[in-house]
Ligand binder design. Structure first.
Ligand code: 2P0
Length: 331
């Protein structure tokens, strides 16, 4: 175990981004960051965050460097997450956190998911802690709900839980990446950080959308059906469910006051393109998060056909492709 007079220690980790097929949208407890609904996601191997945590006893406060820039405005959030781990290690030393995404930050590509998962793994190493995967997931959740899922690879289920202290609100693996090696083509339709982040977007949906209660009530059935489809590797069933669940989440966002329209014109064109491809027999489905990018999930053989079709959509600026990947690993 680390000691409180420790002068310096270093930890490094990499975590893949994930996105949900059955979405997380809404909180049961904002303070503990407990989601109102469970979710099911896939972790990617080609989009990731690399993070280094360096304990430095000369620092008066934590320091954050993101993609080469100092981000004082984001330090409070990462300090809160580090404090959970420092308390366990009985260490008070402040840390210099250096982190880089290999994909656009804050544009609906799950940078907080990979970011906090990598932070937890790197800080755990620096503090010489030895957490269980479940403990890592619980700490990562308190940084960002979706980060609880990036602790694991492949197909992952996040449990909302019922305990008032959040102790049963964690993610668990459903299938490893190689057990159903789907692939992903992401159509980037706008770059730059989005106007309304997920956190305030989901709060606004919860407090003002007339559809929010229906969204929450429908989630257990969608989770159960998706679990069954994933275990059976039933692509058609998962495709129908994931698109339905995504559009329900967006219905709750669109109907908030003021409304949350995360899409642009190219987003909608991509959605139609994916539906047309599937009607023609191509195994692909879409999902869209709190941003304008369209994530197309496909069976391995369909990737080049899907990429060609999405590349031809006016307004698509860039395509990112990925296989499914492992959970967060220390380096
Ligand atoms: C998801 N999203 O399930 C959903 C779908 C966005 C749309 O998880 O407040 O950044 O940090 O817990 O994890 C994004 O929400 O929110 C998200 P916080 P987070 O992937």
């Amino acid at each position: 175990m680390a000691t409180s007079d420790q002068r310096s220690a270093l930890g490094r980790a990499r975590a893949g981004a994930n996105f949900a097929l059955i979405k997380y949208w809404g909180k049961a407890d904002a303070l503990l960051n407990v989601p109102a609904v469970g979710s099911i996601s896939i972790t990617l191997d080609a989009l990731y965050t690399d993070t280094q945590v360096e304990l430095d006893s000369t620092l008066a406060r934590d320091e954050l460097w993101l993609d080469g820039k100092r981000r004082d405005e984001d330090v409070a959030k990462i300090s809160a997450c580090l404090d959970l781990l420092r308390a366990r290690a009985r260490v008070t030393t402040r840390a210099r956190v250096t982190t880089a995404n290999n994909f656009p930050t804050g544009a609906g590509l799950a940078s907080s998911a990979s970011g906090y998962a990598a932070l937890v793994r790197a800080a755990e190493a620096a503090l010489e802690l030895d957490l269980t995967p479940r403990e890592r997931s619980i700490v990562a959740r308190q940084g960002s709900g979706s980060a609880a899922r990036s602790i694991f690879g492949g197909f992952v289920e996040m449990h909302a839980g019922v305990a008032p202290d959040g102790s049963d609100s964690f993610a668990e693996p459903l299938l490893e990446a190689n057990e159903w090696p789907l692939e992903v083509v992401i159509a980037v339709t706008a770059k730059g950080e989005k106007e309304v982040g997920s956190r305030s977007g989901m709060m606004r949906s919860a407090t003002s959308s007339p559809y929010y209660a229906a969204w929450v009530a429908g989630q257990p059935a969608d989770l159960a059906a998706a679990r069954t489809a994933i275990r059976a590797r039933d692509f058609a069933a998962l495709a129908e469910l994931a698109e339905h669940n995504c559009l329900k989440m967006h219905a709750a966002a669109l109907s908030a006051r003021p409304p949350l329209v995360y899409w642009n014109g190219a987003t909608v064109e991509c959605l139609h393109t994916v539906q047309r491809l599937r009607a023609q027999g191509c195994p692909v489905f879409f999902t869209i998060d709190a941003g304008p990018q369209v994530k197309a999930v496909c069976a391995p053989g369909a990737r080049s056909q899907v990429a060609a079709a999405l590349r031809a959509v006016p307004g698509v600026q860039e395509l990112l492709t990925s296989a499914l990947g492992p959970g967060a690993e220390s380096k």
